[in-house]
Design a protein around this ligand. Sequence first.
Ligand code: BGC
Length: 515
Amino acid sequence: MWPRGGYPMEALEVSMDSEAKITPILIITCVLVATAGLMFGYDVGNSGGVTSMDDFLEKFFPSVFHRKLMYDNDNGSAYCLFNSETLQVFTSSLYLAGIIATFFASYTTRHLVRKLTMVVAGFFFISGVVLGAAAQNLGMLFTGRIFLGCGVGFANQAVPLFLSEVAPTKIRGGLNILFQLNVTVGILFANLVNYGAAKIHPWGWRLSLGSAGIPAFLLTIGALLVDDTPTSLVERGRIEEGKAVLKKLCGTDNIESELKEIMEATRVAQQVKRPFRELLQRHNRPPLVFAIFLQIFQQLTGINAILFYSPVLFISLGLGNDASLYSAVILGSVNVLSTLVSIYSVDRVGRRLLLLEAGVQMFISLVMITVVLHWHVIDNSEDLSHGTALFVVVMICTYIASFAWSWGPLGWLIPSETFQLETRSAGQSVTVCVNLLSTFSIAQASLSMLCHLQYGIFAFFSGWVVVMTVFVYFFLPETENVPIEEISEKVWKKHWFWKRFIDDDRIPKTSVTSA
Ligand code: BGC
């Protein structure tokens, strides 16, 4: 789905704001955004908690369970507690399935109906939830997770496009980060459910996996209820239906100018027969580089390693089962609240300042954690003192706060506002794929890294934070308040490095309306 965070709410520059009101269909659309974001966030937040539940481990990952028992009895290495390939594959399989599904979804969104693609996503989610919650063996458990991944792939591609086509321009930017906000709410919801479910034996883990059914069900119902977008209808030649939906969306009969814009946008989009090939043209290099690098860097902050495994991490820090989930709830709340900071400040202080400030804050937090853990060698079950453990939790909170107002939303927002109209949806597919691929790789590697590097894992990520902050400083131009169709002229052409990719003779293709 999601993701989100920043999806290309501007994917088709069709403004519907002449007389547009906040109509019921728009509200349903917002519910859709919310549930798609919630669903993705729930999946991200859920696995760490479930994989630290004894009943779950005993049933599906007995070797990890026995290692944990030994650790509880003061034997064995804390950092390697959860180092199991099958456990890693369990977490990562969702992302791998999502990557593969994105390719199919990009085809279905282009050639079929957006609405249908979202319905497919909903059904994948529901099947995945049912299989996971009812799992009797590893086969069911993994199949369920793969279905959830397929849901993520389909929803991530369709929901943003759908939104971009129905949202009035004036609330499009807000919707963009709103999606990321919902991801963080989903993570928090998962942490809360895990906290309660961990106390229910022996089936608490089923409740935890099954609760994803709530956002999944809402998404499916929402997708079934809404009309397809006017653009999708017009594209398929159903002009009258498109007009009717447009009237509903705008809350007015006066939709002639919007209809013209949609027809024109559709005409322009249809002229580009091979958007992926167009994406590789030299003049598209700057946004393409940012779509790829911002997503890779977003994951190299280590956020998912810390979020996925925060319950596990806290057990490794000697905080005990209960305290660990409790801390995860705190981290989840910090994540949500700090995303609000981003919504408030992104158009006031700009993208660069947020990313640069966060780079410094994340670096300091990660280095402090490394130093503290270095002093207190906790391997072989020497627990951290209460005060030290608390300090580490506080540092993790300052780290998460800075991520949530910078790389979290901006990793999505910036690619979505730098692609030209003709390559925007292909650019979105690249963004989603690189996100899922990097998330997958980090999820796959983190538990082994925690086992082999121990607290050095924090130093590893702090090194990457330096690299990405330097990258932002030298290469990322400010895009705040620049209309999308003027990015070439006003941003790339003026940048010391990127200007060499923009050909002066090339008249930038403009979108139909201003951003
Ligand atoms: C990232 C996710 C991450 C989430 C955390 C998103 O922007 O893409 O990978 O889990 O932020 O809030």
